[in-house]
Design a protein around this ligand. Structure first.
Ligand SMILES: O=C(O)[C@@H](CO)OP(=O)(O)O
Length: 215
């Protein structure tokens, strides 16, 4: 049975400053690098064979630290990028005016195909994340891949595996460097296909990870 591990990147400067990244980027903080080292140790104990990362800097930085611990190769898949948050990217969350806040709420409240101007809808995000996950089925037998991605993107993926609408990602708390696991099973009795084994595990971290104030 294929087991796919999911990791949100380590804490970034903009996570800590409550600033919206989306497909914009900022560096990991020292704490974020430490979180990545801890999840790297956990990944090593799990026998990870492949690391596949979003192409944004914060995930690549996290993936490089995990790869060092696991001694396995890293490949890049741009489908694992964070939601494109359009004109709100780079903004401090607390600086949004009423109209801007309403755009953001369209995502939170699940308006079908709601999007921030010049941004992406959660349905579009769910589609590309699911395609990236399904690509893991093409890896050699006995592979144990780990995907490094983002809070909204991974929440959306886990939610849709559960059969929830894409905007249900808001109900999942995926902290920086949390670990989730999806299994692909064949079963005549239970559901065949992807199932959620774990979501948002932070037991490998030694200090509380930043809460999801950004999300
Ligand atoms: O893009 C961002 O600002 C946040 C939103 O949750 O995502 P992440 O920190 O996981 O990339």
């Amino acid at each position: 049975m294929l087991q796919v591990y999911l990791v949100r990147h380590g804490e970034t400067e903009w996570n800590a400053a409550r600033r919206i990244q989306g497909q914009s980027d900022s560096l990991l903080t020292a704490n974020g690098e430490h979180q990545a080292a801890l999840v790297g140790q956990r990944a090593k104990s799990l026998g990870i064979t492949h690391i596949i990362t979003s192409d944004l800097g914060r995930t690549r930085q996290t993936a490089a630290i995990i790869a060092q611990a696991c001694s396995c190769p890293v490949t890049v898949d741009a489908r694992l990028r964070e939601l494109d948050m359009g004109v709100l990217e780079t903004r401090y969350i607390d600086s949004l005016n009423g109209e801007e806040e309403a755009w953001r709420k369209q995502l939170v409240d699940g308006t079908p195909d709601g999007r921030i101007p010049q941004g992406e809808s959660l349905s579009e995000l769910a589609q590309r994340m699911r395609a990236a996950l399904d690509s893991c089925l093409e890896l050699p037998a006995d592979s144990r891949p780990l995907l490094v991605s983002h809070g909204i993107a991974l929440g959306c993926l886990v939610g849709t595996v559960l059969g929830l609408p894409a905007w249900a990602e808001r109900r999942l708390r995926l902290r920086n460097c949390s670990l989730s696991r999806l299994d692909h099973q064949q079963s005549p009795w239970l559901a065949s296909g992807w199932v959620v084994e774990t979501a948002g595990d932070v037991s490998h971290l030694d200090a509380p990870a930043l809460d999801e104030l950004q999300r």
